[in-house]
Design a protein around this ligand. Structure first.
Ligand code: AKB
Length: 314
């Protein structure tokens, strides 16, 4: 079957790179990007639609017009911004998902990707090698909305047969588009600041270990999950996915190997510290490995080299 894909929330960090990879795979004209704001530039043949995922009628018209076979729903408010606007975060993250699930049912669109996050875990979840199934008591509004979203996805799969697939993304590190409003954003900002000013003031403490993933691996993993045979996808809530776990001190050391004059300092009492402290340090992703062959390729050293090389040359 010829695939036709709509990405909702395509201008963000993950969407902008996923769109490139999906257009390469399925053809430029078969991947429609959409977001609440028009992007600055569009390449020849690229189709973009302005949409607010909370406007269900407009979303219905868009889906009816393009008749996609797959939807990637990436519109969301991340953890740090979510704490500033909890009602808005809940509204966007929950009602955006519900609108897409209900319209997918109504319009017969079977296959959906929706991202969850390591934020579904909480202070009582195990810190190291956090398993797929364990205590989950998220205490950020973002984490609460992602956990509720996971339960909805599984429910819509079992009750209505929607082919929903999802990954619990760790912090994503990339050089093309900056992330916005997350707790793991420091691991991207650090590279930009290291090259521009030779120093970075980190809002998380030196020893805060968090799970991260390089964009190239994230995009490949997401498409691999979406391409896997349906019968292999045993988890319809969301898959744990591991890449690289490190602390701010460790990434600073790695950057210093390439930029020896780089200086790192730390700001205390940032509200993002409490969010980070409630999240896992590392993730057990055995189900993703077993079910659809997940394997990350970048470690801290190769990711750091690749980030700095790209930021210097692009
Ligand atoms: C955030 O920090 O909020 C996100 C995430 C881990 O989901 N990057």
């Amino acid at each position: 079957m010829k695939e036709r894909i709509i990405i909702i929330g395509a201008n963000g960090q993950i969407g902008s790179e996923l769109a490139v990879a999906l257009r390469q795979k399925f053809g430029t004209g078969n991947v429609i990007t959409s977001d609440i704001r028009h992007p600055e530039t569009l390449k020849e043949g690229e189709i973009f639609e302005t949409i607010n995922v909370l406007d269900k009628e407009a979303l219905k018209s868009l889906l009816t017009k393009h008749q996609p076979t797959q939807i990637y729903l990436l519109a969301a408010m991340l953890s740090a911004t979510g704490e500033q606007y909890p009602q808005k975060a809940w509204d966007l993250n929950m009602n955006g998902l519900l609108n897409v699930l209900d319209l997918a049912l109504e319009l017969g669109i079977k296959k959906i990707f929706w991202p969850s996050s390591i934020a579904v875990f909480g202070p009582h979840s195990p810190k190291q090698n956090t398993e797929q199934y364990c205590i989950m008591d998220p205490n950020s509004i973002y984490g609460i909305s992602k956990l509720a979203g996971e339960r909805l996805c599984e429910y819509y799969h079992h009750k209505y047969g929607l082919d929903i697939r999802s990954i619990r993304y760790p912090g994503i590190i990339s050089w093309k588009t900056a992330p916005g409003g997350g707790t793991t954003d420091y691991a991207v900002h650090i590279f930009f600041e290291a090259l521009k000013h030779g120093k970075y003031s980190c809002f998380l403490s030196a020893g805060t270990e968090l799970p991260m993933l390089y964009m190239e691996d994230a995009v490949r993993g997401t498409i691999e999950l979406m391409e896997a045979p349906s019968e292999n996808i045993r988890i319809r809530s969301s898959y744990n996915l591991a890449g690289i776990s490190f602390t701010p001190a460790q990434i600073a050391e790695e950057i210093k190997k390439i930029l020896p004059n780089f200086e790192m300092s730390y700001v205390e009492n940032d509200p993002r510290q409490a969010i980070a402290d409630s999240w896992p340090a590392s993730i057990d992703d055995s189900y993703a490995q077993l079910d659809w062959g997940w394997k990350p390729t970048f470690d801290l050293e190769t990711m750091t080299k690749d980030m700095i090389r790209n930021l210097k040359t692009n």
